[in-house]
Design a protein around this ligand. Structure first.
Ligand code: ADP
Length: 817
């Protein structure tokens, strides 16, 4: 083996070393090396008593107890001791053979010294043996009663040199690590190994201690060359170390996990104990369990679910008294009580829908038609169509809300409404972030909770009353709500998870279009509710309002009657409106009073005659008949626009001796006061033309009053009316009673266009006025006026005040006539 080519290169390829060992070894890979010292040699053959072992390989230099159960082996041992014969321990190839024959034994065994023997209670003999040297069996000399054989003892060599040294160091280092990692390897074994200075002995010791198979042990025993033996052992060590390290890693990981869990468990228990002591236990725990169950059951989308679970986890880790607990609970309640992906099925039966709409509402053809079209298109292309956003515009009481309800009923959707009137803060729409004390979801999400389904019909009332101020623009948030591109993931600040509004059918309502933010207006389809004329109101009252109120007051069976004349009187003298809200209220009023009489056992009428109205509703509140009254001097009828629709407004002028003062009363705004001044200037400048050239304005006080003073009035459109009243008063010419007018005037007498023309004309129609004077440049707006309204009116477009006066003022003589 001396001078041989590097024999450890093979070994190096098979073992993994750490850097240090690798360096040590690799130094010798390149260099030539020598091994000196005596090589193993064979001794004289001699006859041995053979002790077969089942599963033990005895190595030289190792002391261990053998447990002998076989009778034949007992005999062998006894004879050997008595006759002082050399003993050879040889392993059998198959451990379970009871009486092994020569061929069942390995050839290589170990010559041993027998030490103390001990008979155990069960008959087993325990014998301490000390390995001396290897011996190879040449042939068996006896089989019975026990085996004897001729064998050649092999005497260990003791090779030396750097390479041997290095190899021994490697084995020792690996062995040390194994001992450290494996609690089953005795520390003493390592100490013993350190004290061995021959490589073969070290290999034998390590092989004895390591957990390797019988075959592997036998292989080591049969490897006579000490250096080669050491190499084999180091391979076993390397493998063992790998396994141990892996095991160790797994163990450490498991340990770590366990410690973490234990720690958490311990802390939680402690917390529970403290809470129990404080009497807070388990309410929270019960809540948490319940919440978990609810989350499990709810159809939350993944994002919401994740969030909810995270919050429950936070809750569980909190002491019950923590202030955050209530906040998180409220939040979870919100998430759990919202409808997520819970849809009602739309009823697409158009005939049925048409029937429902007609049954519940009189007229409103345009709106009904549009809604039916909508259903039809949805039916044909269910997914393709975007939800259009309808905007119902018209004065109060014209059936916008109640039509919305009917649509919901026809479609089979839930109905919810939200009033936007006075909403100024974006947070009202979108909510406050949870960091904000007392934070809540915005009104959209709140309303969705009330709806209880993810696709309700959602009515946004008074979209024209939306405010804007420093707290952000609610219209911008609303845009997001209504925008089909964005509303599938509407983000409420409080919820902080996207909420799908895309299946909601939005309908907005407004009294006027003027104050709707243009960006919003852009997204909506406008449907007008212009208000009702007298005949329509009569029909609505008969068919809907009266039966409904009778029912509500328990009078259906009593059979209270409202003759036509009575209804008309209520409409004309007690309610003055575009819609039917007050009409309904008046009817309710009467029903209530009748019901009370019946309940009190007093006599109650069966028929409400027109004359009874005073008794039930008090004196008439209306100037319906104004138009039919006598022509008067100094009083003209104007038309004004309010959010409640159009209205007729009187302008009164009184002249008194004085010092040329102009007094304006009736809560007139600045613009209106200016137009009064302009009217007066015009009236003075043209005094001669109008036949009062002799009036001395310096000695005259003029008072202009616009009654119904509680309501502030403004705007320039009363210009023509004030001028007419003034000229009438000055010229003493009466004003035609059946004419109403609107228009701004310039100092040179031109009549300028005004806003809200449609509403004004409808109001004039309602007030039974026959002639309406309007600015010529407003003529184009007439297309908006419902045809049935226009039909009953004589509309007179003018561009100069002279035309107004010529028409509106009667001759003084005519009055006298
Ligand atoms: P809006 O929302 O336009 O202010 P509402 O929908 O509240 O008005 O209507 C007021 C009342 O008048 C409701 O009781 C409604 O049923 C009734 N009403 C209005 N228009 C009609 C109509 N065309 N047919 C039947 N009832 C009507």
């Amino acid at each position: 083996m001396k001078g041989q080519k590097n024999p450890i290169s093979h070994w190096l390829e098979n073992v993994e070393f750490d850097d240090f060992l690798f360096e040590t070894i690799s130094r010798f890979r390149e260099e030539r090396y020598t091994i000196s010292g005596p090589e193993p040699r064979e001794g004289e053959p001699q006859e041995y008593v053979v002790l077969p072992t089942r599963d033990v390989v005895v190595f030289p230099a190792v002391t261990l107890p053998l447990f002998i159960t076989r009778e034949s082996t007992h005999r062998a041992l006894e004879d050997a001791q008595e006759q002082n014969l050399p003993v050879l321990v040889v392993a059998q190839r198959a451990p379970d053979l009871e009486a092994p024959l020569p061929e069942d034994l390995y050839e290589m065994g170990t010559e041993v010294l027998i030490g103390r023997t001990l008979r155990l209670p069960d008959g087993t003999l325990s014998a301490f043996v000390e390995g001396l040297n290897r011996a190879r069996i040449v042939r068996f000399t006896q089989q019975r009663p026990y085996l004897r054989a001729l064998a050649i003892p092999i005497l260990e060599g003791n090779p030396q040199g750097v390479i041997v040294e290095a190899l021994m160091r490697v084995v020792l280092t690996l062995f040390e690590r194994c001992v450290q990692l494996n609690p089953n390897l005795p520390e003493d074994a390592y100490i013993a190994a350190m004290n061995i200075d021959d490589p073969g002995g070290l290999a034998d010791l390590v092989a004895h201690v390591l957990d390797i198979s019988l075959e592997e042990r036998q292989d080591i025993l049969e490897t006579i060359d000490p250096v080669e033996r050491l190499q084999k052992v180091s391979l076993f060590l390397g493998k063992e170390l790998d396994v141990l390290e892996l095991e160790n890693e797994i163990h450490a990981h498991v340990q770590q996990e366990m410690e973490k869990n234990q720690r958490e468990w311990f802390l939680r228990e402690q917390m529970r104990a403290i809470q129990a002591e404080l009497g807070e236990l388990d309410d929270l725990q019960r809540d948490i369990n319940e919440l978990r169950a609810q989350i499990e059951k709810a159809h939350l989308p993944p994002e919401a679910r994740e969030k909810a679970e995270r919050e429950v986890k936070r809750l569980a880790a909190m002491p019950a008294a923590a202030p955050e607990v209530a906040i998180i609970r409220t939040y979870l309640d919100w998430i759990l009580s919202l409808p997520w992906n819970e849809y009602t099925e739309d009823n697409m039966d158009i005939e049925r829908a048409a029937k429902i709409l007609d049954e519940e509402h009189y007229g409103l053809e345009k709106a009904k038609e549009r809604v039916l079209e909508h259903i039809a298109v949805r039916k044909l292309a269910p997914d393709k169509m975007r939800q259009p956003i309808l905007c119902f515009v018209g004065p109060p009481g014209t059936g916008k809300t109640s039509l919305g309800k009917s649509i919901a009923k026809a479609l089979g959707r839930k109905f919810v409404r939200l009033s936007l009137g006075g909403v100024r803060d974006e947070a009202e729409i979108r909510g406050h972030r949870r960091t904000y004390i007392g934070a809540m979801p915005g009104r959209i999400i709140q309303t969705m909770r009330t709806a209880g389904s993810s696709n309700p019909l959602f009515m946004l009332d008074e979209i024209d009353k939306l405010g804007v101020d420093f707290r952000g623009d609610p219209a911008a948030a609303l845009l997001e709500v209504l925008d089909p591109e964005q509303n599938h993931a509407f983000l409420d600040h409080y919820l902080d998870i996207p909420y799908d509004l895309s299946k909601v059918m939005f309908i907005t309502t407004a009294n006027t279009l003027y104050s709707i933010p243009p960006a919003l207006l852009d997204r909506m389809e406008i449907i007008e509710f212009p208000g009702y004329v007298e005949s329509e109101k009569l029909e609505i009252a008969r068919r809907f309002l009266i039966p409904r109120q009778l029912e509500a007051h328990g009078l259906s069976d009593y059979g209270l009657e409202f003759p036509k004349a009575t209804i008309l009187r209520i409409i004309r003298e007690y309610t003055y409106e575009a819609g039917v809200r007050n009409l309904e209220r008046a009817i309710a009023n009467i029903c209530r009073k009748v019901a009370r009489r019946i309940a009190e056992g007093k006599r109650a009428p069966k028929r409400i005659t027109p004359r009874m109205l005073e008794q039930f509703l008090g004196p008439p509140q209306n100037m319906y008949n104004e138009a039919e009254k006598e022509p008067q001097v100094g009083v003209a009828t104007g038309l004004s626009w309010t959010e409640g629709g159009g209205e007729i407004t009187l302008v009164e002028v009184m002249l008194m001796d004085g010092k040329g003062m102009l007094t304006l009363t009736g809560q007139l705004g600045e613009v209106m006061q200016e137009s009064a001044q302009a009217a007066l200037s015009y009236a003075r400048a043209h005094a001669a033309d109008f036949g009062y050239g002799d009036v001395d304005f310096d000695k005259l006080d003029i008072h202009i009053h616009v009654p119904e003073g509680a309501v502030p009035k403004d705007g320039p459109s009363a210009g023509v009316t004030m001028l007419t009243a003034l000229v009438s008063a000055l010229s003493k010419r009466p004003v035609r009673p059946d004419v109403a007018m609107t228009g701004e005037i310039t100092l040179r007498g031109r009549v300028l266009p005004v806003g809200g023309l449609k509403e004004k004309i409808v109001a004039a129609h309602r007030a039974n006025i026959r002639h309406v004077i309007i600015p010529k440049r407003n003529e184009k707006d007439l297309v908006d006026v419902p045809r049935r309204v226009r039909k009953g009116l004589d509309i007179i477009p003018v561009d100069h005040v002279d035309q107004v006066l010529a028409f509106a003022l009667l001759d003084a003589r005519e009055r006298d006539a």
